[in-house]
Design a protein around this ligand. Structure first.
Ligand SMILES: Nc1ncnc2c1ncn2[C@@H]1O[C@H](COP(=O)(O)OP(=O)(O)OP(=O)(O)O)[C@@H](O)[C@H]1O
Length: 443
């Protein structure tokens, strides 16, 4: 097996909020945003690894942190066998030549006051390249290189003295790619390079990236929120959810036999042109992504997972279990207000049965039966007394899921999935955590 070009181990990036001197004076507690929380992957030379997930799951932070454009909170990144986070300034400068980034927004990533020629040549100027310009001046050499690159990305060398606003989105993205190629890098982070472009233009830019990869032997980390975009360009795909990688596998395998319920839901969300659903996002994923400020304990996807695992001794169907779990989550985040329920059920606050009925109508949207209904009603009885904590305790005693107690991590097989459904296989490494506590001790 070849050595990976890039090796990421347990990478963490937390942003800190309420962290200023004034916050300290006002006694505000520093809050961490766990944007990337312990992810690992390798990228082989010449490979394209896709990194996909919904907005805010930490994709850009991953790309920028591994390039050391942001300081990591923890973990390690090796590039060509060198530890990126321990590089001194000379090594870092050399690394910055080898590893480039193309940003999503071709409208804001190019300086509007610079000509295209200067934009493409800028990295060469910063690195004082070339060492030997031959019989040209360095400036002439760089200008020639810029026109060569412009032609290579499909634009005309005669456009060198124009400004970014004179180009379309697709053309600007080509200019961004030419700029990234100027230093002849080995590795490029492509951060949603086609998301801002029309579908027809997307295909052209993707083809260009594919051709350039073959021609220059490039290695890519391709970031996208849309699975359909990565299918044709990536060799392998890593799926990210709330700062964690939940599944990683060869592209075809991941598309044809997804393992993680989140990957399955993402795939169901991809619009299908053949069924006339083009342009429409099918909402297979219910609920919002929880905040990375206080991510759920255990598996981070459990608050939205359609396959969340009930305790072994509980006989309950998934729909009812999801409804009870949603009620429990709503209690945790303070979305259940007993006063409002009393006002609607019985302002005199006497009829507990009416309270329970109203609470169920508001917060449990399926019909519960038998023992399950009895436990939920008993818990809601405590809510009627205003005792939210006891309500939560009663529900937890019966309904606590293995998914909320322990966090599954990805193993290191060729197609691992971080899900308790695969527990017992070597695809899952279980990380012990405490229920109801933040997933990891960060601060
Ligand atoms: N400078 C910052 N300070 C605080 N929180 C931040 C900062 N930058 C990003 N975040 C938060 O970190 C999380 C991850 O953001 P990131 O931009 O990496 O996600 P993403 O998957 O790339 O999303 P998108 O596709 O929308 O760019 C989000 O919750 C975001 O709000």
């Amino acid at each position: 097996m070849t050595e990976p070009l890039l090796s990421v181990r347990d990478l963490q990036k937390y942003y800190y909020e309420q962290d200023t001197f004034v916050d300290t004076l006002l006694g505000r507690e520093r809050q961490s945003v766990k944007a990337v929380d312990g992810i690992s992957f390798d990228i082989e030379p010449g490979e394209t690894l896709g990194l996909v997930g919904e907005s805010g799951c930490g994709k850009s932070t991953t790309g920028e942190t591994l390039l050391r454009l942001r300081e990591a909170t923890g973990g390690a990144v090796e590039f060509d066998g060198e530890n990126v986070f321990e590089m001194g300034s000379a090594e870092l400068k050399a690394f910055r030549k080898e590893a480039q980034i193309v940003f999503q927004d071709p409208f804001s990533s190019l300086d509007p006051r610079m000509t295209i020629g200067d934009i493409i040549a800028e990295p060469l100027r910063i690195h004082d390249m070339p060492v030997d310009p031959g019989d040209k001046s360095k400036r002439e050499w760089r200008r020639d290189k810029a026109s060569e690159l412009l032609a290579r990305v499909g634009l005309s060398a005669t456009q060198l003295d124009r400004y970014p606003h004179e180009f379309s989105g697709g053309q600007r993205q080509r200019i961004g790619v030419a700029r990234a190629l100027a230093l002849e890098p080995e590795f490029i982070v492509l951060d949603e390079p086609v998301s801002a472009l029309d579908v027809s233009v997307q295909a052209q830019v993707l083809n260009l990236l594919d051709d350039l990869q073959t021609e220059f032997g490039l290695t890519y980390l391709f970031i996208a929120h849309d699975l359909s975009v990565v299918r044709h360009i990536c060799d392998r795909v890593a799926v990210m959810y709330l700062g964690n990688i939940v599944e990683l596998g060869p592209t075809d395998e991941l598309f044809e036999s997804p393992k993680h319920p989140y990957t399955e839901a993402l795939l169901e969300s991809v619009p299908r042109p053949s069924t006339g659903e083009q342009g429409r996002r099918v909402d297979a994923l219910s609920g919002d992504v929880p905040s990375p400020r206080n991510p759920p304990s255990g598996c981070r996807f459990r608050t939205r997972c359609p396959k969340v695992i009930p305790p072994g001794d509980l006989n309950i169907d998934q729909e009812a279990y999801r409804a009870v779990m949603d009620l429990r989550d709503a209690l945790v985040v303070g979305d259940v207000n007993p006063d409002h329920i009393w006002e609607a059920a019985d302002p005199e606050r006497v009829d507990e049965e009416a309270f329970i009925e109203e609470a169920r109508a508001r917060h449990v949207d399926v019909e519960l039966r038998g023992a399950v209904a009895s436990v939920v009603d008993a818990a809601l009885g405590h809510l009627a007394d205003g005792d939210v904590e006891q309500t939560q305790t009663v529900l937890r005693e019966t309904f606590e899921s293995p998914c909320e107690i322990r966090r599954p991590g990805v193993g290191d097989t060729s197609h691992p999935a971080a899900c308790h459904l695969y527990e017992g296989s070597d695809e899952v490494e279980v990380i012990e955590t405490t229920a109801d506590a933040p997933v990891s001790a960060d601060d």
